[in-house]
Write a protein that binds this ligand. Structure first.
Ligand code: UCC
Ligand code: FAD
Length: 581
């Protein structure tokens, strides 16, 4: 081609090449696994139609609001112009609009209207899965709102929480409320039993006043909160530990919009989730109602933890799916070494590996939601109730980590542009990083796996083994999937041996093995679900390929490491000397 020096790089021009951007399309149309899951489980087209309509709304309206939330993060105004202490958390108009959208779309309501019977949670979470990457983190208040509604529903809806329940589950933007979840204090967020210093003083009318300091409170523009605190008895005494913690319902503002006995000390400066306010709160006289039996605060708020951990899983899977959608679109537009990225086998292999992680995570997420719906409708078997308890924790801890890895890999697939702030891509990595920290860190949840198995006298693990075996027997006939089935069966048998011998191990052994045990449960179960889906008559070759590839990895790391003596007491001492050398 004829090149003129002037038409290329002169002072007024920067060259003629501009890269086409990755585009967000309707995420339903872009998601083969979501579509096939819906075809398999929802014979009526109603759900698919609602999700497709919502997908269009996402592309045309909501995604831009999500970006706006990032660009206009919340601010804290301590004083008004006249010197009055006001502690106003000022949020963007886009954030306010997200609250209205949430009510309109029934993001919380759908879980309680139960229009699709035992499939209502699958429907609700599918919609949130589409929403999450465009939500500007509004999924955070929604998770806590859903959790609060669940706690209230499980306690029975007497006054004053009945009114709150109506609002939390309302589709009317003017009535809709969100809730906070105030647990963490400076001494500890994992160990709330030892970390909670907030005190509850009973008033003559039977209500309470709360005094304490909550160190992390997210989406603090909420209308109400569920709060952990210790009741001070008539002698000024409290009970230490978990047995001293009770759960309280509190409204954040009074009828004039003023904070109710709360000072907002400051907003956190965070790596990510910047769209959403996270505040440190001094509760100096917060009016509150005791809603749990006294001393049963942790067990009562566990319902909320279940919900928020499911929402966390949904957001993790959604982040992985979104980065892949953008990445594969970009690969059809970006040239390197004379051809499109999509024609470089190594590049596509990299995205395919992300895809396998995402498919496995998606199926686990959906299974947890399916079990949840069954439990709520009273149709779950004992096995399903046990699996739900176990898999909620396993799914949160595993997908939280996967999301960071997949989104990080995804950023690299855009080259340098993946690191550039105004592409909107780096935000995804920042926001993914929190998913393994809040709502229970990976280690705390690994210990929760031990708690759930210990508390059920072995029934939880028995249910796990029985369910995997049943699912694998059902697909034995399919020859293409045989290597994957064999891998799952082998891993299950190794896990069985490990669990069998674990009881005879020295104290502390299982604690050291907890994370690897949780990972083994996750990988085996995800393999099982991939195989199950691939053996369905409507499945594609890609479904089978994903199952085979997933099952090539070490599905039972706890057994492999156990055989190398990794959990022996002396190895703990070696870990310590290695870390502190
Ligand atoms: O981090 C937060 C972020 C808010 C933003 C929300 C975003 C949501 C996602 C959005 C996506 C964009 S809020 C703070 C979250 N904090 C935690 O998750 C705390 C982490 N720590 C734990 O989970 C610990 O394991 C504790 C606090 C539960 C340990 O407490 P205890 O009291 O020391 O433990 P115990 O004594 O073992 O348990 C007390 C009771 C027992 O019941 P009973 O007394 O009947 O035997 C346990 O079985 O609580 C029960 N329990 C549970 N029940 C404990 N954990 C569970 C559970 N997971 N499920 C059912
Ligand atoms: P620590 O408990 O001090 O843990 C530090 C490390 O030690 C972790 O890696 C943990 O895994 C490890 N560890 C602790 N105990 C053990 C053990 N026994 N065995 C092995 N490892 C262990 N909290 C709320 O209540 N409400 C909110 O709205 C809220 N919003 C948040 C928003 C953001 C952006 C963030 C980052 C946090 C938020 N949190 C909130 C707090 C969050 O739940 C806690 O930070 C989290 O549970 C961890 O508690 P911690 O910070 O006290 O860490």
């Amino acid at each position: 081609a004829e090149l003129s020096a002037q038409s290329l790089f002169s002072r007024s021009a920067v060259g003629s090449f501009f890269q086409d951007q990755p585009l967000l399309r309707n995420p339903v149309g872009e998601d083969a696994l979501l579509q096939s899951y819906l075809r398999r489980h929802f014979p009526s087209t109603e759900v698919k139609e609602d999700l497709s309509r919502f997908g269009e709304r996402l592309v045309n309206e909501i995604d831009a609001l999500g970006h706006e939330c990032e660009e206009h993060p919340p601010r804290l105004q301590h004083f008004d112009a006249w010197g009055n202490r006001v502690d106003r958390i000022l949020t963007s108009s886009a954030w306010t609009r997200m609250k209205e959208v949430s009510a309109e779309e029934g993001f919380v309501a759908a879980g309680y209207e139960r229009c699709f019977g035992e499939w209502s949670r699958v429907y609700q979470m599918s919609k949130l899965y589409l929403y999450a990457p465009s939500a500007g983190l509004y999924t955070c208040p929604l998770a806590m709102t859903d959790g609060a509604a669940k706690v209230i529903e499980s306690l029975g809806r007497s006054l004053p929480v009945d009114e709150a329940f109506q609002r939390l589950t309302s589709r009317d933007p003017k009535r809709f409320w969100t809730s906070g979840q105030w647990m963490t204090e400076r001494k500890g967020g994992s160990d709330v039993a030892r970390g909670t210093e907030t005190l509850a003083f009973q008033q003559p009318d039977g209500t309470y006043r709360l005094r304490g300091f909550k160190w992390f409170t997210s989406a603090t523009d909420a209308d109400m909160a569920l709060v952990l605190a210790r009741v001070v008895d008539g002698h000024g005494q409290i009970v230490q530990g978990s047995a001293g913690l009770s759960l309280f319902y509190a409204e954040v503002r009074d009828q004039f919009g003023r904070l109710n006995g709360i000072e907002v000390k400051r907003l956190k400066e965070k790596l990510g989730t910047r769209q959403m306010p996270t505040a440190e709160l001094l509760l100096y006289d917060l009016p509150a109602h005791l809603v749990s039996p006294e001393g049963r605060g942790v067990a009562t708020i566990a319902n909320m933890l279940t919900l928020t951990r499911i929402h966390n899983t949904v957001s993790a899977v959604a982040a992985m799916r979104r980065i892949i959608q953008l990445s594969r679109d970009y690969a059809t537009k970006r040239f390197a070494f004379g051809k499109l990225l999509k024609d470089h086998p190594l590049h596509v292999q990299t995205i395919a590996r992300m895809e396998i992680e995402t498919r496995a995570a998606f199926l686990l997420m959906m299974e947890v939601c399916r079990l949840f719906g069954k439990e709520e409708s009273g149709t779950a078997s004992d096995t399903e109730v046990h699996l739900f308890r176990l898999l909620t924790t396993v799914a949160k801890l595993y997908t939280g980590k996967q999301a960071v890895a997949v989104v990080s890999e995804g950023l690299e697939s855009f080259g340098g542009q993946g690191y550039i702030e105004d592409t909107g891509l780096p935000r995804m990595l920042r926001d993914a990083q929190v998913l393994s920290i809040w709502e229970g860190t990976t280690n705390i949840l690994s210990l929760d796996v031990l708690r759930s198995t210990a508390k059920s006298s072995g029934h939880v693990l028995d249910s796990f083994f029985a369910d995997v075996k049943t699912k694998m027997l059902a697909v034995n006939g399919s020859s293409a999937l045989r290597p994957a089935v064999e891998a799952v069966n082998t891993a299950l048998s190794c896990l069985g041996k490990f669990v069998h011998t674990a009881a005879q191990r020295p104290p502390g052994y299982m604690e050291l093995a907890a994370r690897d045990l949780a990972y083994s449960l996750a990988r085996i179960y995800m393999g099982c679900l991939l195989i199950d889906h691939a053996s369905w008559e409507g499945a594609s070759h890609a479904d089978a390929y994903a199952a085979l590839r997933w099952c090539e990895q070490d599905l039972c790391p706890v057994a492999s490491r156990d055989s190398r003596g990794i959990y022996d007491p002396n190895s703990s001492q070696m870990d310590s000397s290695l870390v502190y050398e």
